[in-house]
Design a protein around this ligand. Structure first.
Ligand SMILES: Nc1ccn([C@@H]2O[C@H](COP(=O)(O)O)[C@@H](O)[C@H]2O)c(=O)n1
Ligand SMILES: C[C@@]1(CO)OP(=O)(O)OP(=O)(O)OC[C@H]1O
Length: 159
């Protein structure tokens, strides 16, 4: 069986605002995330994990931050592109595991909605999608509340 493993990592800084979007779910917050797109740091990490498993570059190569077309874009566009690319190359997504690193907002109350939204976009079952969170114990840039980091892993299985 041909199984591919991919990983992704992304960081976005906080700026002024009243919400963040994580895994496609809008969460009210006293700050927003800075980015060319909607700055969905978690969905970007998942997207990069899929590109990584395919050995087909990264999100910035497919959607350059210099391209005004992607200004304010919703990140489901990027995730869907990576999923379509996987299918076109004969792969199905086995599973996705995403970790969000921040002190605030608390992710736990939103993780079910995040899994549901990612299942809608990827077309795989929620039982194959994990969204977890951790603080960094107040250490480093996430610990100081300067931004949010996210890690993701995925497997692709040859169909
Ligand atoms: N932004 C966050 C961070 C953490 N959680 C949940 O709290 C648990 C404990 O976090 P520690 O960093 O102290 O290990 C963690 O396992 C998550 O369940 C969260 O929901 N949102
Ligand atoms: C997503 C893109 C789209 O222009 O912009 P950003 O929202 O800044 O996000 P980043 O994680 O820096 O990835 C680069 C770009 O592909």
């Amino acid at each position: 069986m041909d199984i591919r493993l991919g990983n992704g990592f992304d960081v976005h800084a906080f700026e002024g605002g009243d919400h963040v979007t994580l895994c496609g779910v809008r969460i009210a917050h006293d700050q927003g995330l800075k980015g060319h797109s909607d700055a969905d740091v978690a969905m970007h990490a998942v997207t990069d994990a899929i590109y990584g498993a395919l050995a087909m570059g990264d999100i910035g190569q497919h959607f350059p931050p210099s391209d005004p077309q992607w200004k304010g874009a919703e990140s489901h566009i990027f995730l869907k592109h990576s999923v379509d690319l996987a299918r076109e190359n004969g792969f199905a997504i086995g599973n996705i595991d995403c970790t969000i690193i921040c002190e605030h907002p608390k992710i736990g109350p939103h993780s079910a909605a995040m899994r549901t939204r990612m299942a809608e976009i990827t077309g795989i079952g929620e039982d194959r999608i994990s969204v977890k969170a951790t603080t960094s114990e107040r250490l480093g840039f996430t610990g100081r509340g300067e931004g949010i980091a996210s890690l993701a892993t995925c497997t692709l299985v040859k169909t």
